[in-house]
Design a binder for this molecule. Structure first.
Ligand code: ZN
Length: 154
């Protein structure tokens, strides 16, 4: 069998992670994100409370929870090297390299969680800029304010 260019194996971030088995250039497709579309938001699927749903358009989600979906193994990082992209022309979702990626590197993307979602999803990505929660990059300043605001006074 030919090497698909990626594999799922133990990750220091969480559970299984998606790892490149060859190098990828910026913009190159790494792994498909496969699932079925649904108009109800898929809920937490298993004991790890992982969420495997991509909102394609408002009110329509791609449920990527099947274990046959290679893309579901990609972890979130606060300093991601890839993006999850919906290609409307082909109606396919792909994890695409946002930076050059070397063989052996873990492939991560920004899960884009809301402030509310982030409160239930700690982040252990290990990046220098990690905010400690899985939250969309544009919302990170809000999270910092929120955490500061909610800190008990002494
Ligand atoms: Zn992080």
């Amino acid at each position: 069998m030919s090497d698909p260019g990626f594999e799922a194996r133990d990750s220091a971030i969480a559970g299984l992670g998606l790892f490149a088995t060859r190098s990828f250039t910026r913009g190159e497709r790494i792994a498909p994100y496969q699932g079925r579309t649904t108009t109800t938001l898929p809920s937490h699927h298993d004991a790890t409370h992982q969420v495997y749903a991509l909102e394609i358009i408002p009110g329509v989600w791609l449920d990527g929870s099947p274990t046959t979906n290679p893309g579901r193994y990609a972890n979130h990082s606060c300093a991601p090297n890839a993006e999850l992209i919906w290609e409307s022309q082909s109606a396919e979702a792909w994890i695409v390299a946002a930076d050059p990626i070397q063989a052996g590197q873990e492939v991560t993307f920004d899960y884009g969680f809301s402030l509310a979602e982030s409160l239930f999803h700690p982040c252990r990505c290990g990046a220098a800029e990690c905010v400690g929660r899985i939250i969309a990059a544009p919302l990170r300043p809000q999270l910092r304010r929120h955490l500061r605001f909610s800190r008990p006074r002494d």
